[in-house]
Write a protein that binds this ligand. Structure first.
Ligand code: SAM
Length: 401
């Protein structure tokens, strides 16, 4: 069982004081560092669920366990006073459970560790089952900032009472997403300050722009007074379905099938492949900053593919510009995560920080760019993300005698 112990730290909030709050008013990091939420034995718990996965993966999850998830969820949301919801709402939740159950049981039969998590604590959450059902995609990353779909289909800030909050606060993938998100926003703000002039930023593989739109205290309006953002993602759901939910429907303007604009933040969002975008005439040496956060680990299993992508991206970077990217690192939690919540065959995480650095250096050497290691998250037992920045080498021009 994934336990939570709550300890009161000096000058921080207790769980009672957090009562009624959602992640709209408090960031996951504030809860992580400030409010004494701790998870016991996170490594041990991950190993436990990994073992469950391999115990049952060949035979499939025992059917009694799958059906026990339904029974536990139904009982909790219909009858248990701890669920904290009223009569009519209880019925709506169980009706929603019934609607999604045919699909849910298919997944749980194939994912024994997910079933075990649902039995241990997931049944007490309105957000964990929908997260499993909706699968790995850019919108799922919004949960790292505390926003997700509930079982009724509403995309909303997760209440701190919901047990999904432990996933949000501590899951390696969520911590890594927040760390790389903080780094990319800080880098843009620093560049803006340094340039103090109009400049172009490209977010390639932008997803739903979660670090920009959901992270707390991002001065996006101020940043985009000088900075024009071109965001690119090939998944049409990003612009069409998810961006209006994340940015607010009234802020999102559809220009045409492949082009969406967020005028309030001076953002143009293109449904396009990164390669096409990088090859377009108008994008050559156009950008002072190019960010490809969360992208390269999906190309990592084929180094030549990653190199091909990198070569295209470097064409768009100005001579005095930079390219910021990250690589995910394998952790005990991320192995468990890939067997439960984030099952994505294309994703390959580096074995450790050194391996990621070696690969990043190889990409740099092959493209003639200069590599700087920007950082990695260190608050977990095992770091889950490494962030790198590439710049172009300065060309030595001899001074005439
Ligand atoms: C893991 S998400 C990262 C989203 C966002 N950058 C973040 O850090 O939250 C990766 C995104 O890259 C997009 N992507 C990957 N390869 C791409 C390509 N060749 N062209 C366009 N988008 C791509 C995927 O569709 C996905 O939405």
């Amino acid at each position: 069982m994934q336990n939570a112990i709550i300890t009161k730290k000096e000058g921080t909030l207790t769980r009672e004081e957090l009562h009624g709050k959602t992640f709209e008013s408090i960031s996951p990091d504030e809860v992580m560092h400030g409010c004494g939420f701790m998870q016991q034995n996170r490594l041990k718990d991950s190993q436990y669920y990994i073992a469950i996965h391999y115990m049952y993966v060949d035979s499939g999850t025992p059917e009694y366990k799958v059906q026990a998830v339904y029974a536990k969820m139904k009982h909790f949301w219909l009858d248990d006073p701890e669920a904290g919801v009223e009569g009519q709402q209880r019925k709506q939740i169980v009706a929603a459970l019934d609607r999604c159950w045919p699909e849910a049981q298919k997944i749980l039969r194939e994912q024994p560790a997910t079933t075990e998590i649902m039995l241990d604590y997931g049944y007490r959450s309105l957000f964990i089952l929908p997260y499993v059902l909706r699968g790995a995609n850019a919108m799922a990353l919004a949960i790292a900032y505390g926003k997700a779909y509930d079982i009724l289909g509403n995309f909303r800030w997760v209440p701190l009472e919901d047990l999904a909050c432990f996933h949000i606060i501590w899951e390696a993938i969520c911590v890594g997403v927040r760390r790389r998100g903080a780094i990319e926003v800080e880098k843009a703000i620093a560049t803006d300050y340094h340039l103090n002039a109009e400049w172009e930023l490209a977010l390639l593989g932008a997803g739903v722009m979660a670090p920009w739109l959901l992270q707390k205290n991002v001065p996006l309006e101020k940043l985009t007074q000088n900075c024009h953002i071109s965001a690119v993602d090939m998944d049409p759901r990003c612009a069409n379905e998810w961006l209006p939910l994340v940015a607010g429907a009234k802020n999102v303007q559809k220009i045409d099938e492949k082009h969406t604009r967020i005028p309030r933040y001076n953002i143009d969002f293109y449904t396009r492949n990164i390669i096409d975008f990088c090859q377009a005439e108008e994008n050559q040496r156009r950008f002072m900053g190019v960010h490809t956060m969360g992208v390269f680990s999906y190309y990592r299993s084929c180094p030549d593919k990653a190199l091909g992508l990198m070569m295209q991206i470097e064409r768009t970077v100005k001579d005095d510009g930079y390219h910021l990217m990250d690589l995910q690192l394998k952790t005990t939690q991320s192995i468990r995560n890939s067997l439960t919540f984030w099952s994505s065959p294309a994703l390959k995480q580096d074995e450790n920080f050194n391996e990621a650095c070696d690969f990043a250096r190889w990409l740099g050497d092959k493209t003639g760019t200069v590599l700087k290691v920007v950082g990695c998250d260190i608050e977990l037992e095992e770091p889950s993300t490494a962030v790198f920045c590439y710049t172009k080498p300065k060309i030595y021009v001899p001074v005439a005698a």
